[in-house]
Design a protein around this ligand. Structure first.
Ligand code: ADP
Ligand code: ADP
Length: 229
């Protein structure tokens, strides 16, 4: 079964000022299979963030449909909200909130029962338990990225969507983030991630869709795709 179904997705950004409108997605269709680690690979400007932001409900689409577990996101916002956890590319935390507070707040928004226990479980999973009471402003970039992942998982969504989770991080942290994605997937979480590193998509994803200039140019099991290159 498909966790997410995307059909004929079109996005046109209105041009600002004298700028011409920009067709960022030109009719994209694919399925994210349940239980997969699914990679969206493409160069800068290809349309990856746009696609992810539409899935997350952060950006309105111009045309087409997105279904999460069979429910149209336009008609059933609640279903999308409960089923998807989003890890945005940009890291934004209030400087004087601690990891524990970030997770407690997020749990509160979602009405998570036993939020305290869930926060502890997640902080341990992302190896931030020792930093649970540190101000966000004192955390390293890698710690913040791990906290973002924990935050996205507070309500135990079955689908986790990550936008360029390892952009600009060092080799060591990249390994840690890969391990974390694999651990979550082993627990049954369906993962969708964008990347512009073929190496990353190859290492992590069992299926890769390649997007370029707003069009899907491949969508194959990783083994077959790598054989073609
Ligand atoms: P990415 O590596 O994710 O593609 P970008 O630099 O393209 O990063 O985009 C960063 C942010 O700036 C995004 O939130 C995007 O919506 C916005 N953005 C990108 N291109 C434009 C543009 N031409 N006009 C206005 N906003 C843009
Ligand atoms: P990617 O994530 O693959 O780098 P994006 O989805 O960020 O690609 O961008 C796809 C195209 O849409 C790019 O040409 C980008 O400049 C443009 N774009 C992105 N966000 C905006 C925006 N808010 N306004 C105008 N153009 C945008």
């Amino acid at each position: 079964d498909a966790a997410i179904e995307i059909r004929d997705l079109v996005k046109e950004y209105a041009g600002e000022g004298d700028a011409a409108p920009k067709l960022a997605l030109k009719g994209v269709s694919f399925d994210v299979p349940e239980g997969a680690v699914f990679g969206l690979l493409g160069p800068n400007g290809a349309g990856k963030s746009t696609l992810i932001n539409i899935m997350a409900g952060l950006v309105n689409k111009t045309g087409g449909t997105v279904r999460v577990w069979g429910h149209d996101i336009d008609r059933d916002h609640r279903n999308a909200k409960l089923n998807i956890g989003i890890v945005p590319q940009e890291i934004v935390f209030d400087p004087f909130f601690t990891p524990f507070e970030v997770l407690e707040n997020q749990g509160g928004f979602y009405g998570v029962a036993k939020a305290l226990r869930r926060s502890e479980e997640l902080l341990r999973a992302v190896r931030l338990w020792d930093k649970r009471d540190a101000y966000a402003r004192t955390l390293s970039g890698g710690m913040k990225r791990r906290l973002l992942i924990a935050k996205a998982m507070v309500h135990s969504p079955p689908i986790l969507v990550l936008d360029e989770p390892t952009a600009g991080v060092d080799v060591e942290l990249r390994r840690q983030l890969w391990d974390l994605v694999n651990e979550l997937n082993a627990e049954g979480v369906t993962v969708v991630l964008t990347t512009h590193y073929l190496e990353e998509a190859e290492a992590l994803c069992e299926r890769i869709a390649i997007i370029n200039h707003g069009e899907l140019i491949a969508n194959e099991p990783t083994r077959e795709l790598v054989g073609m290159m």
